[in-house]
Ligand binder design. Sequence first.
Ligand SMILES: Nc1ncnc2c1ncn2[C@@H]1O[C@H](COP(=O)(O)OP(=O)(O)O)[C@@H](O)[C@H]1O
Ligand SMILES: [Mg+2]
Length: 259
Amino acid sequence: MNQPTYSPPLQPDSAVVRFRGVTRTYGTGAGQVRALDGISVDIQRGAFTAIMGPSGSGKSTFMNVAAGLDDPTSGEVWVAGAPVHTMTDDQRTLLRREHVGFVFQSFNLVPTLTAYENVLLPFELAGRRVDAERTAWIQQIIATLGLTDRVGHRPSELSGGQQQRVAIARALAATPQIIFADEPTGNLDSRSSREVLSLLGTAARDYGQTIAMVSHDPVAASYADRILVIADGRIVGDHGRMSPQEISHLLISFEEQVA
Ligand SMILES: Nc1ncnc2c1ncn2[C@@H]1O[C@H](COP(=O)(O)OP(=O)(O)O)[C@@H](O)[C@H]1O
Ligand SMILES: [Mg+2]
């Protein structure tokens, strides 16, 4: 038997997230819900993947299991080479801290800290040193995200789009194996949404950052390299880049099948 280790180096072309026959049920008996119903899928390094599907289809459950926030009921889940299905809560917390970044619809910035302090916060919480190389990387991200003259501002002094860019800078700063973004443009106007989405695309293309984004918005998903569609806890669609119109048609066809 191979003894699993929790932070083995990944091969450059390997899957950052690997699901094999994954189920996640809630409750027991007649009231049991199968939120994930036998999912097998790989998310490759460097890809920008959109996860779509009707409300209640299992998108959040998929993301929570893939991010090590929740464990599967059965099947195997590998994140950054680590077997999440065998791990304790504490081990999953360490895995997330080291390898996973998050961007939320609600930005989740600390209101009393400046933008720059918010970006550095995960390092402080993890007791991780910010060396000269890391500082240079953070400066580069801040410049790329157009935040250089905003770093001393508190969240309340920034627009929604700027706040979300700070949250993206915070996620990118730690160079995680994968960033999960849950409806990252849900609270933004269309212009700020486009900015945030093209920055996520830039992070994947130029920095090789792996990104998985849950969204119900066909325009948002059109920025992704790959579109996974979930319905009733199963993957029912796996597509390459598509236009917003093509994605809308795809979703309508699945909603008609489900209904
Ligand atoms: N903590 C929970 N307890 C019970 N049922 C849950 C829980 N989380 C999700 N579910 C159920 O699992 C299914 C999938 O939910 P979810 O993953 O949140 O879907 P989505 O994000 O696509 O809207 C739904 O039927 C939902 O009611
Ligand atoms: Mg959800």
